[in-house]
Ligand binder design. Structure first.
Ligand code: HSE
Length: 423
């Protein structure tokens, strides 16, 4: 049982760790203080007294005066060892490490159950937006149909800088790194993998579906083509990296992270910079929208602070929906999506037979190559052409949906553009 005076053993003193220290200084009402900090780098200058720091994780994990472990390090493998040992030692844990959580969620849920020790991670999904606890508690009984959102701040920052401010991709990424939004390995952000890890957490708390990140299709923004960007602009749409999980008929859940064309009237179209946005759709409450800062020191620390406060009143995740929704399963082959695929040349042409319907296509030396079609989500994930250099996939402005019965690739809509195809 957590006392009202919390003494924290903090792992990591980077952007978020320092943010937490500053936030705690300004929150006397919580009566939480940092008792010890474990860090890796012995040569780094620290802004706090040297005696607070240690380089040995056991100094925190074995210290009975520390009630709570707050894990804010970068290395997911090391974080897993720390969190597991802390739970086994009966210490409540707060973590922001979405990669570690997504990779070990079933075991971490079981460890919370077997040790009776709470593990909270509001900061791991959407930073300052209070989504996990709301999905877990508020939407406990009102059945959720879908969650869709911008859940990675860095990529939204980059897309905003490119499309609104005309900055080159590399400059925008470098700025997202300088501002402390990006992961230390920014490939996790731009390849959609960080959003996919967060989607694993949203699936567990929105639908009670516990799955591994590798089960979910993730396409990032690193391969966006000028043609796709021009297409979006011509259509008056915004390209956003959208994570979506949707309940389809027959107990099927479809989920993916995809660059997506978003209409100006959609809530996500107005989520800019490092902000995150999450739209929930549920039976009785209908449509709701969470908006807030999705990365950065203070926004992330604010979620850690909220978890610390929740621990003082004995809060823990109960994962009630895992029991409630045991009939739900992830079935990418039962879902489909409309996509725009642009490709550079004959070496990376998408295979038409992968598509349920090809709606439109163009191959033109002057205007570029593209295909617009409907494709099964599972088929898209398996497509070998998807990961070829020069291929860009963007989802059209429509939700994931149950697969139709249409079979076979055929140009369903013959436009004048089709006439330009040169084989
Ligand atoms: N790199 C992450 C992001 C940090 O940009 O969203 C917050 O999780």
């Amino acid at each position: 049982m957590i006392r009202t005076n919390i003494t924290i053993g903090l792992f990591g003193f980077g952007v978020v760790g320092q943010g937490l220290h500053a936030v705690l200084e300004r929150t006397p009402g919580l009566r939480a203080r940092i008792g010890r900090i474990a860090v890796k780098d012995r040569n780094k200058a620290r802004s706090l007294p040297a005696e607070l720091f240690t380089f040995d994780k056991q100094d925190l994990l074995d210290d009975p005066s520390l009630d709570v472990i707050v894990e804010l390090i970068d290395n997911a493998d090391e974080a897993y060892i720390i969190v597991k040992q802390a739970l086994l030692n009966g210490k409540a844990v707060v973590t922001a490490n979405k990669k570690m959580l997504a990779e070990h969620l079933p075991e971490l849920i079981e460890l919370q159950r077997s040790t009776g020790t709470p593990l909270l991670y509001e900061a791991a999904a959407c930073a300052s937006l209070p989504v996990i606890r709301n999905l877990e508690e508020y939407y406990d009984t009102d059945l959720l149909d879908s969650v869709e959102g911008i859940i990675n701040g860095s990529t939204n920052y980059i897309l905003t800088a490119m499309n609104r401010d005309g900055q080159p991709y590399a400059d925008a990424l470098a700025k997202a790194q300088r501002l402390g939004f990006a992961e230390s390995n920014p490939a996790l952000d731009v390849e959609g993998l960080d959003a996919r890890n967060k989607l694993v957490l949203l699936l567990a708390h929105a639908f009670g579906l516990v799955t591994g990140p590798e089960e979910l299709l993730a396409v990032g923004i690193d391969c966006l083509s000028p043609l796709a960007t021009a297409y979006a602009r011509e259509q008056g749409l915004a390209i956003k990296l959208v994570a979506e999980a949707r309940r389809l008929p027959n107990g099927i859940i479809a989920a993916a992270v995809l660059p997506t064309l978003v209409a100006p009237s959609h809530e996500l179209a107005n989520v800019h910079d490092e902000f995150n946005g999450l739209v929930t759709q549920s039976g009785f409450a209908d449509r709701q929208f969470f908006l807030g800062r999705g990365a950065g020191a203070f926004p992330t620390a604010s979620a850690v602070l909220s978890d610390l406060s929740a621990l003082t009143y004995g809060y823990r995740y109960e994962y009630k929906k895992i029991q409630q929704n045991a009939h739900l399963s992830l079935a990418p082959d039962a879902a489909e999506v409309d996509v725009l695929v642009t490709f550079e040349d004959e070496a990376n042409v998408p295979d038409e037979s992968d598509f349920t319907v090809v709606h439109e296509q163009l191959r033109s030396a002057q205007r570029g190559n593209y295909l617009i079609g409907t494709i099964g989500l599972g088929q898209l994930a398996r497509a070998t052409w998807l990961r070829l250099p020069g291929v860009c996939v963007v989802r059209l402005a429509c939700p994931l949906r149950a697969a139709s019965q249409a079979v076979g690739a055929r140009p369903a809509i013959e436009t004048e553009l089709v006439n330009e195809i040169s084989r």
